[in-house]
Ligand binder design. Structure first.
Ligand code: AMP
Length: 278
């Protein structure tokens, strides 16, 4: 495994592989890796010959009062995990490498970026699409892998790739969870022991919704109201609890197969998201 910090070095190493006819994959991450990230690396490993993982805490996707400064980092541990996962190349750039002072360009996917998480984090997805587009242009992978845990992010990136005619194929990986159901997230480390104990209520309620749907329930209002009450009873402050069309992310009132139930809930200062597809 090679670790490099510059765009020039990534291009040189990837080009060498591409010239040999190798299939190139990219897994973008912000580091502080867990099994969720590693599951995406393993998809990339299975589907390509040369796996590139980026480790970069992208400042432009954080709001002014968000957790950029506290975001957990542990480069040595990440590199060790990536080596075990048979990563070929790690790209760990500096802010200056990604955003020189005279950097003025953003990529914005309208509509899809303004709903759900986009309401409380107005510039978040613009930061995400800008950095992902840059990484795609640097690595020029055949495939790039994203997690379904960040469902809205995956939908937006697929739309960006389609709209901007990028050649890359976007794959998604299932949400990897702790034993008690909590979706793995680098941010789970912020939870106090009490909050950590209550946080699995998100997944419990998502599963409950799926069961109610299987039992014939079709009213999204009735399902979501009960979900919200139970989550609030565990100390969660709801940002949103919605049933949406998985392609348009627009709210639906009647549940059907394929509907996405998505949650964003604050436990203390920690914002957790999770979702399930009916
Ligand atoms: P992040 O480091 O949080 O930017 O996440 C990097 C990638 O890992 C994104 O595509 C996420 O959707 C994905 N990811 C994060 N958590 C999980 C999880 N628990 N299971 C699967 N993928 C995940």
């Amino acid at each position: 495994m090679r670790t490099v910090n510059t765009i020039t070095a990534v291009r040189r190493l990837v080009e060498f592989q591409r010239d040999k006819g190798k299939v190139i994959s990219l897994v973008p991450t912000m580091g502080y890796l867990h099994q969720g990230h590693l599951s995406l690396v393993s998809i990339a490993r299975r589907r390509s010959d040369y796996v590139v993982v980026s480790l970069y805490v992208n400042p432009t996707q954080f709001g002014p009062h968000e957790d950029l400064a506290q975001y957990p980092r542990d480069l040595d541990r990440d590199l060790e995990l990536l080596r075990h996962a048979e990563t070929d190349l790690v790209f760990h750039p500096s802010d200056h490498e990604m955003y020189p002072l005279d950097h003025h360009t953003v990529v914005r996917v309208t509509m899809l970026s303004q709903v759900l998480c986009g309401r409380s984090r107005p510039h978040h997805f613009e930061g995400v699409t800008t950095i992902v587009m840059k990484l795609l242009n640097i690595v020029e992978p055949d495939i790039a892998v994203f997690g379904e845990k960040d469902f809205q992010q995956a939908v937006i990136i697929k739309r960006m790739v389609r709209d901007l005619h990028c050649r890359v194929k976007i794959l998604t990986g299932k949400t990897i969870r702790e034993k008690d159901g909590l979706a793995m997230s680098s941010r789970n480390t912020y939870l106090s022991p009490g909050e950590r104990k209550n946080a699995p209520i998100l997944y419990q309620m998502l599963q409950w919704a799926k069961k109610r749907f299987a039992a014939g329930m079709r009213s999204s209002d009735r399902v979501l109201t009960t979900m919200a009450k139970k989550i609030q009873a565990k100390g969660g402050l709801i940002d949103y609890a919605v049933a949406v069309d998985p392609d348009t992310l627009q709210r639906v009132t009647i549940l059907k197969k394929g509907t996405l139930i998505a949650l964003a809930v604050n436990f203390g200062k920690t914002r957790l998201i999770d979702n399930i597809t009916l």
